[in-house]
Design a protein around this ligand. Structure first.
Ligand SMILES: [Mn+2]
Length: 321
């Protein structure tokens, strides 16, 4: 991995830095953002991590997570996006999006960056299993020593994007980095539990509903399910509780593509897409304004649930048949 030299220079030259990631952030987004922020703070920079729509409870154990802000408390002279190279998908307040300072984007999603007309510096490594791998390289270049806090964040990033090292994006580099992080006191069982496994009882009941309503179209290899506003209301859950649910659909024998639709508002539907044998679900997500990786992607549609489900299934059925 080669960091553009100008990127390191730009970081060194900036003293008020905001680090942010994409909407619906997961472990790689949040872990990478916090790890970089801790490192930049050690270098004496004023740094804030932003999650404009709030940090999912699941990640509340991460160091510095209690200092994550919804809006910056100072005017930054640099905005760093991690795990995201698209200002439109960044989880930041509108005024910062419209009137952003220079931007550095550090990402491993293999998509065309969306940055026309802006002062941008880009570092994209599609072969990195997680953006966390890139942050480790960057912190080394910045001469920030590894610490237990940074190691916890980077390990969280790795296991989140590799499904605890079982997706195909896992490489020797991933394992080497994970091994080196264990030397800083990372507890692999504890982190895997907190990031991938932990589920409230209410969320378990929501999961039961998703499984009961699942549909399987074996001739296409399509497995999908829907959670409605009513499902969330009646179980006392929110969309945050659906993390990793779609993997149960993906696990179905014979499923090539798994889709989970969630009705968030009467006219807002979130969609998670997963695939097994190389089918590119990111290309489907992009058709609907979303993004992601070939095997794991997502999008949100400002449409009624019925419409969103019909549209996406129609697209998938056409591509799968
Ligand atoms: Mn990622």
């Amino acid at each position: 991995m080669k960091i553009p030299r100008s990127l390191v220079q730009r970081l060194m030259d900036s003293d008020k830095i905001v680090v942010a990631s994409h909407i619906s952030p997961e472990g790689d987004a949040i872990g990478s953002a916090i790890a970089l922020a801790i490192g930049l703070e050690k270098l004496g920079r004023e740094v804030e991590v932003l999650c404009h729509s709030g940090i999912p409870k699941r990640y509340g154990f991460l160091p510095m997570s209690d200092r994550i802000k919804r809006s910056p408390s100072f005017r930054p002279n640099l905005l760093v996006l991690v795990d995201c190279a698209d200002l439109a998908r960044a989880d930041i307040p509108e005024d910062l999006r419209e009137n952003s300072p220079p931007v550095i984007a550090i990402d491993h999603h293999p998509r065309e960056p969306n940055c026309e007309g802006k002062d941008w510096l880009m570092w994209i490594e599609p072969r990195a299993a997680a953006t966390g791998e890139m942050i480790e390289v960057l912190l080394k270049a910045l001469k920030v020593p590894m610490s237990p806090e940074i190691a916890t964040c980077l390990y969280t990033a790795l296991i989140s994007d590799t499904g605890v090292f079982h997706f195909r994006n896992t490489t020797p580099r991933t394992f080497r980095l994970a091994a080196s992080l264990l030397k800083y006191g990372v507890d692999p069982q504890e982190l895997a539990y907190r990031v991938m496994e932990v589920r409230s009882f209410a969320a378990t009941q929501l999961l039961a509903r998703m499984l009961t309503k699942a549909k399987f179209e074996p001739e296409l290899g399509l497995c999908w399910s829907v959670l409605t506003l009513k499902d969330f209301e009646q179980t006392g859950t929110t969309d945050e509780d659906t993390e990793n649910f779609v993997n149960f659909l993906r696990a179905v024998d014979g499923a090539r593509v798994a889709v989970l639709f969630r009705e968030i508002e009467p006219k807002l539907v979130k969609v998670s897409l997963r695939s097994k044998d190389g089918f590119d679900v990111a290309s489907v997500a992009r058709q609907f304004g979303g993004g992601g990786h070939p095997a794991a992607a997502g999008c949100r549609l400002q449409k009624p649930l019925r419409y969103a489900v019909a549209k996406i299934l129609e697209t998938l059925r056409r591509m799968l048949s």
